[in-house]
Every structure is written in structure tokens, then in C-alpha cells.
Design a protein around this ligand. Structure first.
Ligand SMILES: Cc1ncc(COP(=O)(O)O)c(C=O)c1O
Length: 588
């Protein structure tokens, strides 16, 4: 019976390897004929076969045995007298006292249904350099250091990712107070927590079903927080109206970006939908385009012009892309990652006119809107500029993204963000809401943090001064570090670095000696990756090579964050400088 059941369920499969764990409390003296095994085969839902195992009494309690499924069946000829697999278990008298469940824990490789050859090919194509092979190596080096392996440095400096708190940035007290209160309401009785934090937390909890952040929220987020986000945008944009129903709260900005890209993922006239992205770009975009099997349309930023956007270059890249795809989206990252530029108002107006002319939906990635450092630079939201330009531009479709991960708060891990969708057709909006409803909701903790960002303490409230002081300290320190990094890189032979006007990164160009290029080629690595690996192995500094973001062919760059704390950053820049000098000597 067992054999029949086995063959019936798995006709053409090779025998599986079973790992049998015999419970240590198995009573001795049980009849080998009445002992039953229920094989719960995890990879076949509902596939439960029962066998009576003749030799089971020979197994020692507490031991583990490996054997092939066919062998189990063959070893149980009397099993065929049982009325059925499930019935065998149910009818076995001993079953009431003792049932051994075996889990198929180590099916052989060829038994698996999923292999590298039959997974989504788009996932294999996608890359995400910010957490790529260099970062994996950095993790291994950290482990080696912990184990006492001798290296020419004591620690890895992770300058590869814009993860502020990981690099020692302190959280903003007000944000954590509100987060604490909503998560653990007994804190409302704590007299040291200011009244405005309690009032904010109370409003959030009142918006939660059952008064708890443990409940699901509406898919677009808690209404009161969406209302606060709309008020924030309206204040930011000098009174230009924002409708709270156009605000979709998301898990970081990434959640909003991905869901809106998914919405526009539709072939047009048989052509793949195309997404215009800056080169260099933040790799979320290239990764998502690959994952969604859309067409990546890169437009180069103008390095000679502080990484500005050149309309002629937008036109060139669009004309080329139209031959093979249907361009639909224009992504602009402002302030820029990895390039750190802040776009001028005139530049933004030209981009809006271009998008209007070419019937593109604008995706304004504005997650660094608080991170503007250079005197004379100012953040202008695409929404504000578009609305101030009047018709026909004020009627354009725009999606703008904001995050709790950046700015002065840097709460990357809590995953808060929003998308504002402007001028979207109501039917399309309905579809968008349907689409997000399948994901239930963004984390309520992320929503609570976002509430603090869009509804911060106001003048006269008890937390106002401390909040403003902490916010200003973070931003001032980032401003100093932005200036220090660009200045130091420009002082190194072979480096040129545009000013870090905003965001959290520098993206210098390095000119590498021909011998280094040859050596990189021999190792089969892009030259900037070759350089970055050597830097990591010799100094512990982890950066991301420019090839992970895209760059003009024949040029080499890397991205570093400006996030290490000031003393660490100075140390890092010193190490960097002496490494580079040695590198030049080595490949002279
Ligand atoms: C330009 C840009 N957009 C979006 C994101 C996504 O951030 P999050 O999903 O944490 O909000 C990042 C993160 O570094 C970014 O740099």
C-alpha cells in the first residue's frame, strides 16, 4: 500500500532521502508490527503516506537515521495489508499512544522542484550594487576580525550605504518618544515624556483599529497621518493645495516607487514600457526595471556641470529608446543619489517642459529634500514648480516620493515613507488603491515616524526647542562633512569631485593608471571594482564602485557616503589618501 501510495503520488521521481529522528521517549517493547510512521512530505502539500516500519524497533531512541524512501517502502511488505495510507495510521492501535512524524528534511538536490534554471529570469538579471559582492566581502572581513585574523586595520568602515544610524547618527528624541508611546501605552504615565509627544501618540492610536499599532491600517495608511502629510506638503510648497486622498503611505520610499512602477508596467503597441533614469542612478531603479522586465533608458547627468540635467541629453536618450520601447516614466532624483547635486529651479522647469512635450509621467524622487548644504542651493519640489508654471504643466501626472530614512531623522529600518500622486485619472487611482490593498498596509511604526516628520513639534510646544536643536545639529554636521569630503577628494592626485550640494554622498571620478587597468582586466573585474576591492582589503573602507550606478564608458568613479561620524570620517579620508598614493606607486 505504501509503495502504491508512493508511486501514485510521485510517479517519475527518484527516491528521496529521508532523515528519521527517533524520539528519545519511545517506549521499549512496542510491537514492530503495530508501529506506524506518518511521513509528512513537506514538498508535497497534503501528501501524507503512512508505512509501518518493520525495523523500527531496532532504531535507538534519540538517534538519527538517513535512508531512501524506496528502501522504507521495500522494508515494509506487510504494509500492503493495510487498507490505505491514511487509514493505516488511523487504524493502528498504537497510533493513539505513539505517532512518529518524519519530516522530509533533506530531499536530494534532484528532488527539488525549484532550481536556478526555473526561477524568474528577471530576478537573475537584477543587480543591487549597494549591497553587492564588495559588501558581502566586507561582512566576511568583519567576521575574520572578530575571530582575531590579523589585518592592516582594526575595523571595517561601511561607507557604502546611506544608513545613518548604522554610522552613529543619534535618533531624534521626539520621534522615539512618540514611537515608544504608540508601541507601549503604559508610557503615557511617564511624567518625563512631554505632553506634545503624548498628544501626537494619542492621535495616532485613535486612528488605529482597536487603538493599537498592532492592527492593520488602511492600505494607503492611517487617515490622520495622510492628512498631516498633505498639510506638510502644502506648507512646504508655500500654500499650494495638497489633497490627503492623494497621499499613499509606504514602506520607505521604495514601497511607493515599486508599486507605481508596477502600475505602469504595460506594453504599449507591443513595445516594452520604458523608464528614463539618470546615469549614475540609485540602483533601486535599475533593479526594479529588471525585476519588472521593463526597458531601462539611461540619460547621462552632466558631470562637467555639477551633475545637472541636460535637456539635449534627455532628448538623445529618448529618441534612441523610442526605437525599441515605449518610454512612459521620467525619474528625476533631486537632491541626487549618488551624485549629490541639487537642481536649480530653471533646470526643473526645463525638465517639466520636456516631460510634458514627450508625454512622460514624472517620478520625482525627493527623499533628500531636507539634505541641502551648499550655500545658494535650494530644494524646489517638482509639484510646486509645476503648479507655479500654470497650465498646461499644472495638469501633468506626477508622483513624488518622500522617506523617513533620510533627512535629519535617518530612520531607515523603521520603513516609513509616502508617495503623493498628482493629477492621476480617478480610475487609475482606484486601480492603484486596489493594488496596494493586496499588500495590506505599510508598517504602522513607519507610519508613526512619518507622522513625526510631517507633523513636527510647533513653536510654543514643549518639544519644539529640543527637536529643532537636534535636527539642526544633524544637518549642520552633515553640511560640514559634505564640504570636508569634496575638499579632501579634490586634494588627492587623480581625483575630481563635484561639490556635495545635497543628499549624503560624494561621487568622485578617479583616473587610474594604465597598468592598473590592465591588472583589473586580467582579474576580469571592472577597474573601479578592482580598485574598491583593494581599498577594502588594505584599509577596511567599504565603498561602492561607480559601475554599480552607471557612468560614461571609460570613466571610473566610486560612491562614498558622508555618514561616518566626523572623527571617523577624517580617519577614513586619511587612510584613503595614503592608500591611493600607494596604489599609484604600485601601478606606476
Ligand atoms: C534616491 C533614493 N530613493 C529612494 C530610496 C529608498 O529609501 P527608503 O526605501 O529607505 O525610503 C533611497 C535610499 O537610499 C534613495 O537614495
Amino acid at each position: 500500500m505504501c509503495e502504491r501510495a508512493h508511486h501514485h503520488r510521485f510517479p517519475a521521481r527518484p527516491p528521496a532521502c529521508l532523515r528519521v529522528c527517533v524520539p528519545s521517549n519511545r517506549t521499549t517493547g512496542q510491537s514492530k508490527r503495530t508501529m506506524s510512521l506518518s511521513l509528512v512530505l513537506r514538498q508535497r502539500s497534503a501528501a501524507t503516506a503512512a508505512v509501518s516500519a518493520r525495523g523500527l524497533h531496532l532504531m535507538r531512541p534519540g538517534s538519527v537515521y538517513n535512508f531512501r524512501l524506496a528502501a522504507v517502502a521495500a522494508a515494509a511488505p506487510q504494509q500492503s495489508h493495510h487498507p490505505g495510507a491514511a487509514g493505516a495510521v488511523a487504524s493502528s492501535p498504537i497510533n493513539h499512544h505513539h505517532r512518529t512524524f518524519l519530516t522530509m528534511a533533506c530531499a536530494q538536490q534532484q528532488q527539488r522542484c525549484v532550481s536556478i534554471d526555473n526561477i524568474n529570469p528577471a530576478i537573475k538579471t537584477m543587480e543591487y550594487a549597494v549591497r553587492g559582492p564588495l559588501v558581502i566581502r566586507a561582512g566576511v572581513i568583519e567576521k575574520e576580525l572578530e575571530e582575531g585574523v590579523k589585518k592592516p586595520f582594526k575595523e571595517v568602515i561601511r561607507a557604502n550605504i546611506g544608513d545613518c544610524h548604522a554610522m552613529g547618527q543619534p535618533p531624534i528624541t521626539f520621534i522615539r518618544q512618540v514611537l515608544g508611546l504608540v508601541s507601549y501605552p503604559p508610557l503615557f504615565d511617564d511624567p518625563t515624556i512631554p505632553a506634545d509627544a503624548k498628544q501626537r501618540a494619542r492621535a495616532i492610536l485613535d486612528g488605529c483599529k482597536g487603538g493599537s499599532v498592532g492592527s492593520y491600517s488602511d492600505s494607503a495608511g492611517i487617515e490622520v497621518i495622510r492628512r498631516h502629510a498633505a498639510e506638510y506638503i502644502q506648507r512646504r510648497d508655500g500654500g499650494i493645495p495638497a489633497d490627503w486622498q492623494n497621499i499613499i503611505l509606504s514602506a520607505g520610499a521604495s514601497g511607493g516607487i515599486k508599486v507605481l512602477m508596477a502600475l505602469l508596467r504595460c506594453p504599449i503597441d507591443g513595445k516594452k514600457p520604458g523608464v528614463m533614469i539618470p546615469i549614475p542612478q540609485y540602483p533601486l531603479y535599475s533593479a526594479t526595471i529588471a525585476e519588472f522586465d521593463m526597458e531601462q533608458i539611461g540619460y547621462y547627468l552632466d558631470e562637467a556641470n555639477k551633475w545637472g540635467l541636460d535637456i539635449a541629453e534627455l532628448e538623445r536618450s529618448l529618441a534612441e529608446a523610442r526605437k525599441v520601447s515605449a518610454p512612459r516614466i521620467l525619474v528625476v532624483i533631486n537632491p541626487g543619489n549618488p551624485t549629490g547635486q541639487v537642481l536649480s529651479r530653471a533646470n526643473i522647469e526645463d525638465i517639466i517642459k520636456f516631460a510634458h512635450r514627450e508625454r512622460l509621467v514624472l517620478f520625482a524622487d525627493e527623499v533628500y529634500q531636507d539634505n541641502v548644504y551648499e550655500p545658494g542651493s535650494q530644494f524646489h519640489s517638482f509639484k510646486k514648480v509645476m503648479m507655479e508654471m500654470g497650465a498646461p504643466y499644472s495638469g501633468m501626472e506626477l508622483c513624488s516620493f518622500m522617506s523617513c530614512s533620510k533627512g535629519y531623522m535617518g530612520e531607515c529600518g523603521i520603513r516609513g515613507g509616502y508617495a503623493e500622486i498628482v493629477n492621476l485619472c480617478p480610475d487609475v487611482r482606484t486601480m492603484l488603491l486596489k493594488c496596494i490593498s493586496a499588500q495590506l498596509c505599510p508598517t504602522t511604526a513607519g507610519q508613526a515616524v512619518l507622522d513625526c516628520v510631517v507633523h513636527p513639534p510647533q513653536k510654543g510646544e514643549p518639544s519644539y526647542e529640543r527637536f529643532e536643536r537636534e535636527k539642526a545639529a544633524v544637518l549642520e554636521s552633515l553640511r560640514e562633512r559634505a564640504e570636508l569630503v569634496a575638499r579632501t577628494f579634490n586634494s588627492i592626485e587623480g581625483f575630481t569631485c563635484n561639490p556635495v550640494q545635497g543628499a549624503m554622498y560624494a561621487f568622485p571620478q578617479i583616473r587610474l593608471p594604465p597598468k592598473a587597468l590592465e591588472a583589473a582586466k586580467k582579474e576580469g573585474k571592472p577597474a573601479d571594482t578592482f580598485y574598491a576591492f583593494q581599498l577594502l582589503e588594505e584599509t577596511g573602507i567599504c565603498i561602492v564602485p561607480g559601475s554599480g550606478f552607471g557612468q560614461r564608458p571609460g570613466t571610473y568613479h566610486f560612491r562614498t557616503t558622508i555618514l561616518p561620524q566626523p572623527e571617523k570620517l577624517k580617519e577614513m579620508l586619511g587612510l584613503f589618501k595614503s592608500f591611493h598614493e600607494k596604489f599609484l606607486q604600485k601601478y606606476k
